[in-house]
Design a protein around this ligand. Structure first.
Ligand SMILES: *Cc1c(COP(=O)(O)O)cnc(C)c1O
Length: 810
């Protein structure tokens, strides 16, 4: 970074410590130094931030508003320094002050305002938008408590509150001048003025929405975009003068209503819970974001009909779908447009991304709840539905099946996906296979009605965080080989292909992998007290705990391997460390029991001297972005073993690939495209195809009992769930897991078991051939170019958003 001066940076840090904590630098704690460094870095951000917004305004450039309930940002300091290109300079400055930048970075709590893949995707997209010079806002909620912290006690998951704002957030800026009001409840009155009907919302409860802005820094281009997260405050702080009890009660209720809305992130991943508070959260941040976007648009544009040329609202899943109705409300009630006019503008301004086909994840609000909470918005949804149904009937006369499958209001429910599709000009899936399944199955009727609306945007990840920051050794090595162009143009890594068979380069690459494995082994020793051997295969499955992701398949196979090793201690077997990391939704029983099983299996296996440490099982507590960065860099094998058709894309798979791990996976989500890029000889693929899974399902499933009865290996591990092997003799502890596998096996775990065990054998054998293994993992890194979120964002920007790049000079 050109405008970085080491000496003045050191002075800034020393001064910040004084001003913030009334301490000299040698009295300060590491956490206080973290704060001081962050404010010193912020100084370098602010001028760029102001310049960026000015450049956007001068150009009156089209802006995308990425609306998302979740932004899984992780830590900011390291990433901000990386993108300002001052990381090494700050590191040196701090070293001279006697501090280790790694330790300083470790003081920062993760901004865990998301569950998993969907929230992390939003974070990667913001990084790419800024790096590619696109005008963009992220819009979300400033949850007081983010994703819970997971502790493992006696093998069980315990959820602890994540008070991430406890010490303040040095990078955020409160923007009280942009406050807006959001209204809940009450009723709608009709008033007639000069022959025209007006709808007036009465008796509502209002909440003040206060934005906090976080800087999103582009890589080395002076761009600073904004992630705007909304806090809620009561309209009337308690009025101490009116201690009249009715007033007091009212004031307390209003204050609590406001605080409750942003109190906590719902910890469900890929699962819908129809809680009123969740709908409140959705409308709260959508209404605030849309109101603010329209106000800003009107500052620079005279005609509201220009909105689609200047703004796109991208809906990250159905969570912000109420945007469609809120925009209609503003256009009809506040801008006084006719319905058709308003609808035309709305449908050219909103675009929707589908993230799942799983029935339990589809949002459907009970009409009475929706109507009571959002009476005016509901009226609008009702009218949108009435017209949409007319359109269906017009296209398919007399076909009530079509109405049933496509209506927005049906069976007493508001179907948010249908509203999103009806009100959007684009519907996209997140990987090729997923988009094809949407078109052919889940959303077939909508696709047939309007095929041109559908498109695919395969997900991606930012290489700035997941290689440059997370794996500095490999990043430096890649730069030495092919130059640093890959930092903003990931396909440049293709230049590494020619080194995949070069003995010297192979050794360099594998030495780096080894060092990263040592780093993870130290983390595991510190956090789990377990010794793991960096020479063993690091076989890793880290992601949310969900039945469809099939951690059960993985751990059942570990149990099977252990049986084999016990029976045959001299079996030809490359020592393997099976590493898990996963949070389970707090109310998801089966998922939580699976965590207990993994920890119980770990306890037994890790303490059995007879297998000479050939298998180790490690469960990494509190999986999150900051420890993910260490984990990906150290992995040899990437477990991507979802039931085919269920994982829309996956992005963990891409982070592993980029860091030189081979995929052990099903032909699901983006795994299909990973194999396309790297070649099937450089991945380990197994299991039923999506077609096969969907055919079984159409035919009513299959009989897992047949497998139990005919496959002795499977029978043995299942019996061990209920014979006390892993539960100190308690035969009931894992009974529910046993029952659901043997009776139903909805996720085809037993069906895929043999195929998975065979793939595991192939992995184990392949690892012995060091030269070929090195070639495989190097090709994975070299072929990861497609999976940059820069590619994804270029596709969104050109094909959906029609954005133009804006250069920023200081
Ligand atoms: C990438 C990422 C995910 C998503 O992982 P999948 O394997 O795609 O489900 C979840 N959590 C964290 C912390 C991540 O970094």
């Amino acid at each position: 970074m050109a405008d970085f001066d080491k000496e003045s940076f050191k002075k800034d840090v020393i001064n910040n410590v004084k001003n913030l904590f009334r301490k000299t630098i040698d009295e300060a704690t590491q956490e206080q130094v973290f704060q001081a460094v962050s404010y010193a870095v912020k100084d370098h951000i602010i001028d760029r931030w102001i310049a960026t917004q000015k450049a956007y305004e001068e150009k009156n450039a089209k802006t995308v508003y990425y609306l998302s309930m979740e932004f899984l940002m992780g830590r900011a300091l390291g990433n901000n320094m990386i993108n300002l290109t001052c990381y090494e300079q700050v590191k040196e400055a701090l070293a001279e002050l006697g501090f280790d930048l790694n330790v300083i970075e470790d003081q920062e709590p993760d901004a865990a305002l998301g569950n998993g893949g969907l929230g992390r995707l939003a974070a990667c997209f913001l990084d790419s938008l800024a790096t590619l010079n696109y005008p963009a806002y992220g819009c979300g909620i400033r949850y007081r408590y983010g994703m819970f912290k997971q502790a493992i006690e006696n093998g069980y998951q315990i959820e602890k509150p994540d008070n991430w704002l406890k010490n303040g957030n040095p990078f955020e800026v409160k923007r009280p001048e942009y406050e807006v009001e959001v209204k809940f409840g009450g009723y709608v009155a009709t008033e007639c003025r000069e022959g025209k009907n007006y709808f007036v919302h009465k008796d509502y409860q209002a909440v003040r929405a206060i934005p906090y802005d976080l800087p999103i820094i582009g890589y080395g281009n002076n761009v600073v975009n904004t992630l705007r997260i909304w806090d809620a405050e009561p309209v009337q702080e308690f009025n101490l003068n009116s201690f009249d009890k009715g007033e007091y009660q009212n004031a307390v209720e209003q204050a609590n209503l406001a605080r409750n809305i942003v109190e906590v992130l719902y910890p469900n991943d890929n699962h819908y819970s129809g809680k009123e508070l969740r709908l409140k959260q959705q409308y709260f941040f959508v209404s605030a974001s849309v109101q603010r976007a329209i106000l800003k648009f009107k500052e620079n544009n005279a005609d509201i009909h220009d909105l689609p040329n200047k703004v796109t609202f991208q809906l990250n899943d159905t969570h912000p779908t109420v945007t469609v109705a809120e925009l209609m409300r503003i256009l009809v009630d506040e801008e006084n447009l006719e319905w058709d006019d308003a609808w035309d503008i709305t449908c050219r301004t909103c675009a929707y991304t589908n993230h799942t086909i799983m029935a339990e994840a589809l949002e459907k609000w009970p009409i009475d709840l929706f109507q009571k909470l959002l009476p005016r918005v509901y009226q609008i949804v009702d009218e949108i539905n009435r017209r949409f149904v007319l359109k269906i009937e017009d296209m398919y006369p007399g076909n009530q099946d079509k109405v049933r499958s496509m209506a927005i209001l049906y069976d007493g429910q508001v179907k948010m996906a249908h509203l999103a599709i009806a009100g959007s000009y684009s519907v996209n899936g997140v990987a090729k296979l997923h988009t094809e399944i949407l078109k052919k199955r889940e959303l077939r009727d909508f696709y047939e009605m309007r095929p041109e609306q559908f498109n695919n945007k395969t997900n991606g990840i930012t290489q700035r965080r997941f290689l440059l920051h997370a794996n500095p050794l490999l990043a430096d090595w890649a730069t030495k080989k092919v130059g640093d162009g890959w930092i903003t143009d990931l396909p440049v890594l293709e230049g590494l292909k020619k080194y995949a068979t070069d003995k010297k380069a192979q050794k360099e690459f594998m030495d780096i992998k080894y060092k990263n494995k040592v780093r993870l082994a130290e983390y595991i020793k510190e956090h789990n007290g377990i010794d793991v051997d960096p020479n063993s295969i690091f076989d890793v499955q880290v992601k949310r705990l969900h039945e469809y992701k099939r951690q059960q398949l993985n751990i059942l196979h570990v149990m099977h391997l252990y049986n084999e090793l016990k029976a045959n201690p001299d079996m030809d077997f490359e020592p393997t460390t099976f590493i898990f990391g996963a949070k389970a939704a707090a109310g998801y029983k089966t998922a939580k029991l699976t965590i207990k099983l993994i920890n119980s299996v770990a306890d037994v296996i890790n303490n059995d001297k007879s297998i000479k440490g050939k298998i180790k099982v490690v469960f990494i507590e509190n999986y999150r972005v900051s420890n993910a960065e260490i984990i990906f860099a150290a992995a040899d094998v990437s477990e991507q073993i979802s039931t085919a058709s269920r994982e829309a894309s996956g992005t963990g798979n891409m982070k592993f690939m980029l860091n030189g791990a081979v995929t052990l996976g099903t032909m699901d989500g983006a795994n299909v495209e990973i194999v396309e890029e790297v070649g099937k000889e450089n991945a380990f693929i197994f299991g039923l195809s999506a077609e096969e899974v969907m055919k079984y399902e159409k035919d009513g499933g299959y009989y897992p009992m047949d497998i139990y009865n005919s496959n002795p290996k499977v029978k043995k591990v299942l019996d061990q769930l209920v014979d006390g092997t892993y539960s100190n003799g308690d035969k009931e502890l894992f009974r529910d897991l046993y029952d659901s596998l043997v009776m139903k096996d909805v996720y085809f775990t037993l069906k895929d078991f043999d195929s998975y065990a065979d793939a595991q054998k192939r992995v184990n054998k392949a690892y012995k051939d060091k030269a070929n293994w090195a070639k495989m993992v190097m090709l994975n890194t070299a072929c990861a170019g497609k999976f940059s979120s820069d590619r994804t964002i270029e596709e969104y920007a050109q094909e959906i958003w029609k954005l133009e790049k804006v250069e920023v000079t200081l």
